[in-house]
Design a protein around this ligand. Structure first.
Ligand SMILES: [Ca+2]
Ligand SMILES: [Ca+2]
Ligand SMILES: [Ca+2]
Length: 605
C-alpha cells in the first residue's frame, strides 16, 4: 500500500502538463469600462504557462501564476465578440479553456437603481415558494433537503419567485431583494447535524460565479429579472465582499498568499466593536478584530488590501450586474470591509452603471455608527464609501419598541433627531423586520393593531420602505432560523395558500392594510417625496406631515383628542377611520380611536 501511494505521488509530480478547470469570469463584454478584464484561471501545472487566444478577437497580456502553479492571472482585452479557446502551454504540454467575448451590454430597461419611489420586498429564496420540485434535493444522499428541519433546504427557488410576481405586483411592491443566490456548500455543518445545518440562506458562497443548484441557474435568474422588469418590479441582488463560506476551495489553496486574513488554523477571532471603526483615536490594531476577524469565527475573511482580491470582487460584482440586469445590490456586512475598498468598488459600479444603487448592511442600532457608512460625505478618515444608502436599523428598533411593545412614541420621534448625521436620511431603507431578527408578531406585546400602526408609520415616514416576506400577513417566528418559516401556500402540498384565497381573517386584515398603504404611496407622491415635519408628539400621539399631508398616529390604549394646525376647508382621511373632517380657523380637531392612524389630505370635490 505504501509503495502504491509513493507511486501516485511520483506520478503527480511527473505529469505536470497543465490542467484547467475554471476561468473566472467565464465571459466579459466589449466596450466595458473594465477592459482588459483580469481572468483568474484555476487548474494545475500552470507555472510558467503562456496563454494564446484562438482568434484576434481578444488580446492576451502576460500571465502570472501563483507559486503552486494552481492559479494563473491574465489580462484579456476584448476587441470583438465570439467564443475563444485559450491555449495554455508549458514545457510539459498544453490545455485549453473556453472564454466568451460578448457584445456590448444591453442596457434598455435594466440597471435602473431604486429610490424613494420604491417599495422593496425581501425574499429568502429557499423559504418563499417552490416553483421547481426537481431541484429540491440535487444530492439526495446528503440529506440537505428536509422541510421539517429549520436549518435544512426547504425547496424554495427562483421559479417560485417568478411564479409569484403577480402576487407582488398586486401587493404594490416595486422592487424585490433576494437573499444571496451564489452557489453555497453542499456540506452539512458537523455540529448540530440533527438540525440539518445547511447554507440554505446563501451567506456561505463556495463559487462566486454560479447560482446555487437548489435555486436554479443563471438562465433562471435572467428569467426572473426579465419577468420582474416586465411587471414594473426592480430586482436587488444580495452580494458579499467580506468573506467566503468555510468550504470555498480558496480556503485550502488560496490564489495568493495574502488572499485571506489568516488561515483556518490561525486567524483573528471576530468581535463586533463598531465604535473602533468610527473612532478617530482607534488604531488599526484595535480595529483588527472587527475588520479582519473571521465573521462569527467561522467565515474566512477576504483581504481586500490584496489588489488581486479587490480586483476579483469588483469584477465579480460587475459580472453579476451585467449578466443578470439587476437594478441594485444589498451589500452584506459593510463595516467589516476597509472603507477605501468600498470607495473603489462603488466607483467601478457607477462608472459602468450610473443609475445603479447600493444599500449596505450596517447592523447596528446606533445612528452614529450606521450613518458613518452612508456615502456622499468624507468622514474622519477622509473616505467617502460611495454606498448610496444603508438600512435604518436605529428606526427599526424604535418601531419595535413603540408599536410592538407599546412604549412611548416619543422614542420613535426622537430617533429621527439623529438624521442630521446621515449624508442623506431620506434614502434610508426602513423596515420593521428582516431575516436576522425575530418577527414583529413575536415581540412581547405585539398585536395586529400594533403591526398595522407600524406599517402605517413605515409607509408614511421618510425613507425607502421594505417589507420582509410574510410580514404583510402577520407571520410569526422567533429568532433565526424560526423567523424564516415557509410562506404558506408556496408549496403545492401546503394545507392552504396565503398567496391567494387561503388567508385567515387576521392575515387578510393586515394584507389589506399593507396593500392599501402601497396604493396610497403610489397615488400620492408627497408620501414618497414630501418633506417630513414633526408637528407634535406625546407618549401616545405622533403628528407629522409629508408635504401637505398630515399623518396622525395614536399608539395609546384609549381614544385621544388631537388638535393640529391645518388649512381651513374639508379634509379627508385616506385610511377611512375618520372620514371627511371640516376644518375651521386653521385648526384640525378630531378624536382618533385607540391604536389607530389617519392619513389626512385636503379634499377638493
Ligand atoms: Ca425547488
Ligand atoms: Ca450548492
Ligand atoms: Ca473583513
Amino acid at each position: 500500500m505504501r509503495d502504491f501511494i509513493l507511486l501516485l505521488t511520483f506520478a503527480a509530480t511527473m505529469s505536470a502538463a497543465p490542467v484547467v478547470d475554471k476561468v473566472e469570469p467565464p465571459c466579459w463584454w466589449m466596450s466595458h469600462s473594465i477592459n482588459p478584464v483580469r481572468l483568474l484561471i484555476h487548474g494545475a501545472g500552470l507555472s510558467g504557462a503562456s496563454v494564446k487566444a484562438s482568434t484576434k478577437g481578444i488580446e492576451v497580456g502576460d500571465p502570472r501564476s501563483n507559486a503552486a502553479g494552481t492559479y494563473l492571472f491574465v489580462d484579456v482585452t476584448i476587441k470583438r465578440p465570439g467564443t475563444q479557446q485559450l491555449k495554455l502551454s508549458t514545457a510539459d504540454g498544453s490545455a485549453t479553456a473556453s472564454f466568451e467575448a460578448l457584445p456590448p451590454i444591453a442596457r434598455e430597461g435594466r440597471f435602473k437603481g431604486f429610490s424613494q419611489d420604491d417599495l422593496i420586498y425581501q425574499i429568502m429564496p429557499d423559504r418563499f415558494a417552490n416553483g421547481d420540485p426537481s431541484n429540491d434535493d440535487p444530492e439526495v444522499s446528503k440529506g440537505l433537503f428536509d422541510r421539517t428541519k429549520p436549518r435544512a433546504y426547504h425547496g424554495g427557488d427562483l421559479q417560485g419567485v417568478i411564479d409569484h410576481v403577480p402576487y407582488l405586483k398586486d401587493l404594490g411592491v416595486t422592487a424585490i431583494w433576494l437573499n444571496p443566490i451564489y452557489d453555497n456548500s453542499n456540506h452539512q455543518s458537523d455540529k448540530e447535524k440533527s438540525q440539518g445545518f445547511t447554507d440554505y440562506h446563501g451567506y456561505g458562497p463556495v463559487d462566486f460565479y454560479a447560482v446555487d443548484e437548489h435555486f436554479g441557474d443563471l438562465a433562471k435568474m435572467k428569467d426572473l429579472v426579465e419577468t420582474a422588469h416586465h411587471a414594473g418590479i426592480k430586482v436587488i441582488l444580495d452580494m458579499i465582499a467580506n468573506h467566503t463560506g468555510p468550504h470555498h476551495p480558496w480556503v485550502e489553496a488560496p490564489p495568493t498568499p495574502t488572499w485571506f486574513h489568516g488561515t483556518p488554523a490561525k486567524h483573528i477571532a471576530e468581535s463586533w466593536q463598531a465604535w473602533t471603526l468610527i473612532n478617530p483615536h482607534a488604531t488599526p490594531l484595535l480595529q483588527a478584530s472587527t475588520l479582519n476577524g473571521w465573521f462569527g469565527n467561522v467565515l474566512p475573511d477576504l483581504n481586500q488590501d490584496d489588489p488581486e482580491v479587490a480586483r476579483y470582487i469588483i469584477q465579480n460584482t460587475l459580472w453579476w450586474i451585467g449578466s443578470t440586469g439587476v437594478d441594485g445590490i444589498r451589500e452584506d456586512t459593510v463595516p467589516y470591509v476597509p472603507r477605501r475598498f468600498w470607495h473603489d468598488w462603488t466607483a467601478a459600479i457607477k462608472k459602468e452603471f450610473p443609475d445603479f444603487r447600493v444599500v449596505g448592511e450596517v447592523a447596528d442600532i446606533n445612528p452614529a455608527v450606521v450613518s458613518f457608512f452612508q456615502g456622499g460625505l468624507q468622514q474622519n478618515d477622509r473616505v467617502d464609501t460611495g454606498i448610496d444608502t444603508v438600512f435604518d436599523f436605529p428606526s427599526y428598533a424604535a418601531i419595535r419598541r413603540t408599536f410592538a411593545e407599546g412604549k412611548s412614541v416619543r422614542d420613535l420621534a426622537a430617533t429621527l433627531a439623529h438624521d442630521y448625521l446621515y449624508p442623506n436620511p431620506n434614502d434610508l431603507v426602513t423596515f420593521l423586520g428582516l431575516h436576522d431578527v425575530a418577527r414583529f408578531m413575536n415581540e412581547q406585546g405585539a398585536t395586529l393593531d400594533g403591526l398595522k400602526l407600524a406599517f402605517t408609520y413605515l409607509m408614511t415616514s421618510r425613507g425607502i420602505p421594505m417589507i420582509y416576506y410574510g410580514d404583510e400577513i402577520a407571520m410569526t417566528g422567533g429568532n433565526d432560523p424560526d423567523n424564516r418559516r415557509d410562506f404558506p401556500g408556496g408549496w403545492k402540498e401546503d394545507a392552504r395558500n396565503a398567496f391567494t384565497t387561503g388567508r385567515t381573517p387576521d392575515e387578510q386584515h393586515v394584507f389589506d392594510h399593507v396593500r392599501k398603504l402601497a396604493q396610497l404611496r403610489r397615488d400620492y407622491p408627497v408620501m414618497r417625496h414630501g418633506e417630513m415635519k414633526q408637528l407634535g408628539v406625546s407618549d401616545e400621539v405622533y403628528i407629522y406631515t409629508r408635504g401637505d399631508m398630515i399623518i396622525l398616529l395614536n399608539n395609546g390604549a384609549k381614544p385621544v383628542r388631537i388638535v393640529a394646525p391645518a388649512a381651513s376647508g374639508t379634509w379627508r382621511d385616506l385610511l377611512e377611520v375618520l372620514g371627511y373632517i371640516p376644518v375651521r380657523d386653521d385648526t384640525l380637531n378630531v378624536t382618533l380611536p385607540a391604536r389607530s392612524a389617519a392619513i389626512m389630505v385636503r379634499y377638493s370635490p
